[in-house]
Design a protein around this ligand. Structure first.
Ligand code: NAD
Length: 249
């Protein structure tokens, strides 16, 4: 059980996997900083739930792709007091299913800005605070990747899959770079999880899930469980792992 003044910052936490992770972290005894892009009502509702369980909660609006907004978000967390013990880079976007010839550079840039640059910006800010070399007490970072990083999502969203490939490479590289500063970096690669993201991509999630060995969609809580374990001291020797939570995909 962590001490009660330890924050976990979760990006894109107002719904889906991020919200389930926020609830799981609160249940584990951490204070939870809930980053959201736009849906303040959902973020506040989640914060009330976390506070109802006896943990502190802070809602932080920021577009993770925006350097100034990310810096301001971490400064607001500093002002709340307590230490940052963990970061979950969960915020992510897909674009409507498309083939290469129908994609635009603007789409690629936004996907990479949110999924890759957003992850880098938050890792940089978090590492400045957690690093034992810079006076911090160490910590853990978990990056949300995807099984798509491996199989490439041909004909649907190869660009999204490529952003997650970049997240995997960042996870492995940063894990090796930051472990000497007391920061464990790991990744979770979900399969097909029942969230709003599929409505945005136009993918037939139910149909795809039926082809999986487990023959069903995953639940956000099943991803949250893996994330919470990687954040915890129970995973103290786990560094640079990419954990597939994908029903056998
Ligand atoms: P979701 O669309 O329900 O949630 C994504 C969250 O990110 C939302 O709260 C959204 O507002 C937030 N977000 C988007 N852009 C943002 C920005 N610029 N700044 C801050 N927040 C932003 O999707 P989800 O399924 O819960 O996805 C969570 C993560 O898991 C994503 O990184 C996604 O790529 C990954 N993932 C999901 C699945 C799946 O099947 N659902 C599979 C593999 C990987």
């Amino acid at each position: 059980m962590p001490d009660t003044s330890t924050w976990i910052l979760i990006t894109g936490a107002s719904r889906g996997i991020g919200a389930a992770t926020a609830r799981r972290c609160a249940e584990a005894g951490w204070d939870v900083a809930i980053n959201y892009a736009q849906d303040s009502a959902a973020a506040e509702q989640l914060a009330s739930q976390v506070q109802g369980w006896g943990q502190r909660a802070l809602t932080l609006q920021a577009d993770v792709a925006d350097e100034a907004q990310v810096a301001a978000m971490f400064a607001r967390l500093d002002a709340a007091g307590g230490r940052l013990g963990g970061l979950v880079n969960n915020a992510g976007i897909v674009a409507p299913a498309a083939r290469l010839q129908d994609m635009t550079p603007a789409r690629w840039r936004r996907l990479f800005d949110v999924n890759v640059i957003g992850t880098l910006l938050c890792c940089q800010q978090a590492a400045r605070r957690m690093s034992t070399v810079h006076g911090g007490a160490g910590g853990a970072i978990v990056n949300l990747s995807s099984r798509a990083a491996e199989y490439g999502s041909a004909g649907i969203y190869v660009d999204y899959a490529a952003t997650k490939g970049a997240v995997d490479t960042l996870t492995k590289g940063l894990a090796r770079e930051l472990i000497s500063e007391g920061i464990r970096v790991n990744g979770v690669r979900p399969g097909i999880i029942e969230t709003d993201i599929h409505g945005r991509s136009g993918m037939d999630a139910q149909g795809a899930a039926a082809t999986l060995p487990i023959q069903r969609l995953g639940r956000p809580e099943e991803i949250a469980e893996a994330v919470a374990w990687l954040l915890s001291d129970a995973a103290s020797y786990t560094v640079g792992a990419l954990l597939d939570v994908a029903g056998g995909r």
